[in-house]
Every structure is written in structure tokens, then in C-alpha cells.
Design a protein around this ligand. Structure first.
Ligand code: PRX
Length: 687
């Protein structure tokens, strides 16, 4: 056991971490809590006046007369792009860098607020010239380049509703999302690169989407190119380019290298740069009603049919602005912020684009993969840009643990002051590794709980204020009212229950696009129209801290005892031999359900009977014999979505001996083939 492993092992016993002694918070927040507890509506109204710039001040705050169809600030008017751009430029901050863009071959492009504003105005006029009007849907399918932010802001400027699709999705998924939202224009890219390979995106998009009746135009951005004509200012030494192409056909998929000309259909397709060059540079931001639809985002998740989550302008922007500033303690004059998510997810919408820009912050935007050209690229970027606030996902942290501490060890990470996580419960071992290896023990960690539906973070520590417990998202933010309910709707004040939010909040989804019925059924049918059902189970401890257990269907019932897959996984990955684990239930005649664990071992270790016995004993030791997996399946990798979430749904299917469900969001289909085979062999051996 290395010294680090021994320290981690010792620290697993520490339950509570007070804010690091040397941490100085820059934005006081205590008064907000008191104000929100006294009168949440008034607190939000004050925050909306304070943080947002209005063309027409609102007089109404919350309208709750027709639950669950709430409105906020409904008679007020504002423009979101003016809040993200014009107000900073007119305050003399136009030369501030909005994005330090970093290409995967080492290129850099510093985009200022003034430049973003100039491009946004031209594109907004360009879109208008293509017939886009307020309320029309515009699809966006772009890699991580600054143009993705310009595209979103240009839509917001003219009141068009954007529908961003994650660049890792296949064109067929883009088609589905464009079709159901009847997008009029799609903004995409000629080709994208990933790990030195190039994917011909436009050609693939044409093949899938060419015949969509509502789609009138396709705007094509010239993507970054290795060898450098993609607007990159400083091409650096190029990488090896020897990595194999990724599978699939999304933007991230490589199908070859070298230059290519995208096929362009005259009359329908237009180059982005030509559209901007021909457009009037002035496009005044039009005042829009607070409840004007801002975007649709199809949620990743367990259901087969994606849900078109609809957010509106003012409430959403308020949530993103307030939480970005307060949770991460952002000071736009001094911080350099980096969220490693993709813009195609809600995390990217709220915490790469809208929250940071509304706050006038400087961010890093990174095009590439975390292991190209080498596994230290993230830490190199943090050192290069002196990043102070870093926000990532637990799955990424666990991957870094697997790779080993030598990669971050090559870089000076002393600029960091706040670390964040999002997307899934973080197991204490990963939390501690993040705390020690990345944060040097001096950075508060904010474990932020929220969803596509919530628009912004709802439960999270406030950096430097909240004492943290590894694995707990801690407490609700000011103005947010979560609670737990038992299966039959009784309040649970301590223990495990179904997580609900009992009062509306400004950044909540307003409906599912063109499907009010499904909106009500999904979120507001179980406990009535005023109680938002999150879909997660959680535990509330004696200190009033929330521990998110996971989606409701991730709870396993063994002999009538509820066990959380997250809890069992956390125990398994706390073992030094383990890199990653996923736990699901398999049906069992005797106990109802039994636990199956899919385990990836660290380094070169192999899974054998002795290791299995050790792990089972380890789980028994940490949780109890009841939680011991009945079966351990060794896996070289776990099935993940393109955003890195483990697809437990597929593992449940395998464990139950069912046909695999929808695999279209799976990043690497080969992983499931191996696992299915191993499960079959294990069963055959048993019989
Ligand atoms: O189960 C919760 C989990 O992710 C779900 C929301 O997924 P999505 O809409 O894709 O948004 C992800 C990014 C906000 C939640 O229902 N989740 C998210 N954050 C956490 C989390 N689970 C535990 N801890 C978190 N911090």
C-alpha cells in the first residue's frame, strides 16, 4: 500500500470536514439564508433585481395559482444575451476574457466579452435573415468551441429557442431531437476532431437529417483542424494522432484524418463565417417577457423516450447566476473558472455558458479528451491558466484515481481554491482523493446536487461556509425547500425517503416541450401538483444533511432491507484493489433481490476467486453481511453514456437475464458484449 493509499484509508474514518482554515470566502452569503428562511419569494425577488438587468421591472414575483404551471417575474422584461454580454461591455469590461479556449492540439484562443458580443449580434442577424423569429426552435450540434456559446446567445438575443444536442450523440439522435422539436435551423460543424482524428460531421448530418420537413437551413461552422485553419491562433506541436478512432458516429468519433470539404446544399446550407460576414453588425437586444422560452434540453436518463425539458428566461438565468456566484464563491475579477462538462448537457448550459457569462467571469473552455495527448492534460491546463475553481464529475475523478496520482503530480495545482462535483453521488474515497491529490487539502469541495429539470444547483455546500461530509451534498441552498417522503407520502425527518421539493423555485422546468400531460404525470402526480418529485431517493441524517442515494430504481431490496447501490458501490471502490464498480439487483426467489457487482480492478490486477472473497468480506465489513454481492463480474470497463454516467439500466437487464434495452446512448457497445458474455459464463458455471 502506498503512503497515499494509507492516508486515504485512515481518512475514510473522518466523517466531517470543516471549511479549510486558510480559505477566505469572497462573497458573504449568511444574510441570504436568513432572508430566504424569512420569506423565500421576497428573497428571490430581491436577488432578481440585484443580479439581473431588466428592461421592464417586474411587479409580480411568483404566480402559483395554477400548479404545477408556475411563473416567475411574469410581467418583467429582459434579454438574456444582454445580461450575459452587453452589460459587461458597457461597464467597461469588454476586454475581459470570457473564454480561454484550449484546443486539443495545444491551440489557444482568448475570446473577450466584446468579441462574443460582436459575433453574437452578427449571428443573431444572420439567423433572422434565414427566417428565424422569436419562438422558433434552432438546433445546435457543435463541439466544444466558442461558437457554441455564440450560437446559444444569438438565439437568446432574438428569442429563438435553442435545442443543443451533445456532440457525442450520433446523428440519428440529433435527428430525433430536431424532429420532435420541429427545429427550423440547425447550427453544426463541417468536421470535428477527437484525439487527433477527424469526423465528417456535416456529411453524417446530411445523411440523417436531410429530409426533415421543418428544417429549412443548416449553418456550418468550420471546426478546428489539425494543421491549423480553424481559427486557432497558436498551433502547438501536434499530438501523435495514433489513438484508435472512437466508435460511434458523433462529433467525438474519428473517421479519419486530414482536411475535407463538407457537402453544402445550395439554398439550404450556409457557412457560419459567410453568414456573419454578410450580416449587419448591430443587433440590439430585444426585451423579452420573463417567461419567454429559452431552451429545450432533452434529458439523458433512464427512460427510453427523451424528455424535452423546457426552461424559460428570467427564472432560469437567476438560478444559474445566483448559484454559480454563491456555491463556488466566484469573484469575476480574480477567479479563473473551469467546468469540464460538455455544453450539450445542463451542466454546460448553466455552468459553462449562462452562469459564468452572466456573472462576467473568465472561464476555460477545453475542446478535447482528458487523456489526449496524455493523461495529465487536465492538470496541465489548470497550471497553464492558473485555474482557481474547478468543477467536474465523480466518474472523472475515479478514472484519474485509476490512472494514478503521478499525472496530477507533474503539475503545480496551487492556483486552485474551490473544487466541485456533479452528476452522481461521490463515494468518500474519490472525495478524499480529490481533496488531497487535486485540492492539496486546502480547497473546499462542493458536491452539487441538481438535475436538468432543476436548472441550477439546489442542494450543495457553499464553499468555505458549509462543513462537508464526504458523500453528502449537505444542505439546500437559500430559497430551496427539499423534503423526504415515505412511499405513502408521509414526511421523513430522519432516514431514507423519496426526495421532493415542496415549493417552486425560479429555475425549475416549466413543462416538457409540447407535452404538459407527461410533465404533470412525471413530476407532479405522486404527491399532488405542488410537490415536485425528483426521482431520487435520499437519506437525511441527524444534522439535516442530505445524502443522495440515487435514482429511485437504483435501490435494492434484499430480504426486505433496503440497500443503496451507491452505498454498496462506495464500499467496493473503497477497496484499494478496485478502480470502479457498479451494483445492480438480480431477481432472487429467496431474498427478492440479490446484489450483483460489476467491478473494474485498478492497474494490472486480475479478478479471481481469492479477490472475490476479499471484496465480499470487505463489503461485509463496511456495511454488513447483507450487502455482500452474491456475484462479482469482473469487467475491463463499465457501460457508460457519452457523458460518462454508468448505465446501470443495462447492467440490470444483463443481471436479470433480459434482452438489453435501448443502447443508443452507450458510448462503447463492445463493453456490454464482454459483460454479457461473462455473466452467462458465470451462470453456466453455477449450474
Ligand atoms: O440522480 C441525481 C444525479 O443526477 C440526476 C440528474 O441527472 P441530469 O439531469 O443528467 O443532471 C446531471 C447534472 C446536474 C439526479 O437526479 N445527481 C446529480 N448530481 C448529483 C447526483 N447524485 C448525487 N449527487 C450529486 N451531486
Amino acid at each position: 500500500m502506498t503512503e497515499l493509499e494509507a492516508t486515504l484509508e485512515d481518512m475514510l474514518a473522518v466523517e466531517r470536514f470543516d471549511p479549510p482554515a486558510g480559505f477566505t470566502r469572497r462573497r458573504p452569503v449568511e444574510a441570504d439564508r436568513a432572508a430566504a428562511d424569512l420569506d423565500a419569494e421576497r428573497f428571490w425577488a430581491d436577488a432578481a433585481r440585484d443580479l439581473l438587468t431588466w428592461d421592464k421591472p417586474f411587479t409580480q414575483v411568483l404566480d402559483d395559482t395554477n400548479p404545477p404551471f408556475y411563473t416567475w417575474f411574469a410581467d418583467g422584461e429582459l434579454n438574456l444575451s444582454a445580461n450575459c454580454l452587453d452589460r459587461h461591455v458597457s461597464a467597461g469590461r469588454g476586454e475581459r476574457v470570457a473564454f480561454h479556449w484550449r484546443g486539443e492540439e495545444g491551440e489557444r484562443r482568448d475570446v473577450t466579452y466584446a468579441q462574443l458580443l460582436a459575433d453574437t449580434q452578427r449571428l443573431a442577424n444572420g439567423l433572422r435573415s434565414l427566417g428565424v423569429a422569436a419562438g422558433d426552435v434552432v438546433g445546435i450540434f457543435l463541439p466544444m468551441i466558442p461558437e457554441v456559446a455564440v450560437a446559444m446567445l444569438a438565439c437568446a438575443r432574438i428569442g429563438a429557442v435553442h435545442n443543443v444536442v451533445f456532440g457525442g450523440f450520433a446523428p440519428s439522435a440529433v435527428r430525433e431531437r430536431m424532429e420532435v422539436s420541429a427545429a427550423k435551423v440547425l447550427i453544426t460543424v463541417d468536421g470535428a476532431r477527437r484525439k487527433g482524428r477527424r469526423a465528417e460531421v456535416k456529411a453524417a448530418v446530411d445523411a440523417e437529417l436531410g429530409d426533415l420537413p421543418a428544417l429549412e437551413h443548416i449553418v456550418v461552422v468550420r471546426g478546428p483542424r489539425t494543421g491549423g485553419d480553424g481559427g486557432a491562433s497558436e498551433p502547438a506541436a501536434s499530438g501523435s494522432g495514433k489513438e484508435p478512432a472512437a466508435s460511434g458516429t458523433g462529433l467525438a468519433a474519428g473517421v479519419g484524418t486530414g482536411a475535407s470539404e463538407a457537402p453544402m446544399t445550395p439554398g439550404r446550407d450556409v457557412w457560419y463565417d459567410a453568414l456573419l460576414a454578410g450580416a449587419d453588425p448591430d443587433c440590439p437586444a430585444i426585451p423579452l417577457p420573463a417567461e419567454h422560452p429559452l431552451f429545450i434540453l432533452y434529458s439523458s436518463g433512464s427512460t427510453a423516450k427523451p424528455k424535452g425539458i423546457l426552461h424559460t428566461t428570467a427564472g432560469y438565468l437567476l438560478g444559474a447566476t445566483y448559484t454559480h456566484r454563491m456555491v463556488f464563491d466566484i469573484n469575476p475579477d480574480t477567479d479563473v473558472y473551469w467546468c469540464s462538462a460538455d455544453v450539450g448537457w445542463i451542466t454546460g448550459h448553466s455552468y459553462i455558458v449562462y452562469g459564468p457569462l452572466s456573472n462576467g467571469a473568465t472561464s476555460v473552455m477545453y475542446e478535447g479528451a482528458p487523456d489526449y495527448p496524455d493523461r495529465d492534460i487536465w492538470w496541465q491546463i489548470i497550471e497553464e491558466f492558473q485555474v482557481t475553481v474547478f468543477y467536474t464529475a465523480p466518474t472523472a475523478i475515479r478514472t484519474c484515481i485509476k490512472w494514478g496520482p503521478e499525472y496530477p503530480g507533474r503539475h503545480d495545482l496551487s492556483s486552485l481554491r474551490v473544487l466541485g462535483t456533479v452528476g452522481e453521488p461521490i463515494n468518500p474515497k474519490a472525495w478524499l482523493w480529490y481533496h488531497l491529490v487535486i485540492g492539496g487539502g486546502r480547497c473546499p469541495i462542493v458536491d452539487t446536487w441538481w438535475q436538468t429539470e432543476t436548472g441550477s444547483v439546489l442542494i450543495s455546500p457553499l464553499a468555505g461556509v458549509t462543513s462537508t461530509k464526504p458523500g453528502s451534498a449537505t444542505q439546500p441552498l437559500p430559497g430551496i425547500s427539499p423534503a423526504l417522503r415515505s412511499e405513502d407520502g408521509e414526511p421523513v425527518t430522519e432516514g431514507t425517503g423519496v426526495l421532493v421539493i415542496t415549493k417552486p423555485w425560479p429555475s425549475m422546468l416549466r413543462t416538457l416541450y409540447k407535452d404538459d400531460k407527461r410533465f404533470v404525470e412525471t413530476y407532479f402526480s405522486r404527491f399532488g401538483p405542488t410537490t415536485y418529485v425528483v426521482g431520487d431517493a435520499a437519506r437525511l441524517d441527524a444534522d439535516g444533511y442530505y445524502w443522495i442515494i440515487g435514482r429511485i430504481d437504483d435501490v435494492i431490496n434484499v430480504s426486505g432491507h433496503r440497500l443503496s447501490t451507491a452505498e454498496v458501490e462506495s464500499a467496493i471502490v473503497a477497496h484499494e484493489a478496485v478502480a470502479e464498480a457498479a451494483v445492480v439487483a438480480e431477481p432472487d426467489e429467496q431474498t427478492g433481490q440479490a446484489i450483483v457487482a460489476f467491478v473494474t480492478l485498478a492497474g494490472e490486477q486480475t479478478g479471481d476467486a481469492a479477490m472475490e472473497a476479499r471484496l465480499r468480506e470487505h463489503v461485509a465489513h463496511r456495511i454488513g453481511k447483507l450487502a455482500r454481492p452474491r456475484r462479482i463480474i469482473w469487467a475491463d470497463d463499465l457501460p457508460k453514456t457519452r457523458s460518462g454516467k454508468i448505465m446501470r439500466r443495462l447492467l440490470r437487464d444483463v443481471a436479470a437475464g433480459r434482452e438489453l434495452g435501448d443502447v443508443t446512448t452507450l458510448r462503447d457497445p463492445a463493453v456490454m458484449a464482454v459483460i454479457t458474455d461473462r455473466v452467462r459464463t458465470a451462470r453456466d458455471d453455477e449450474e
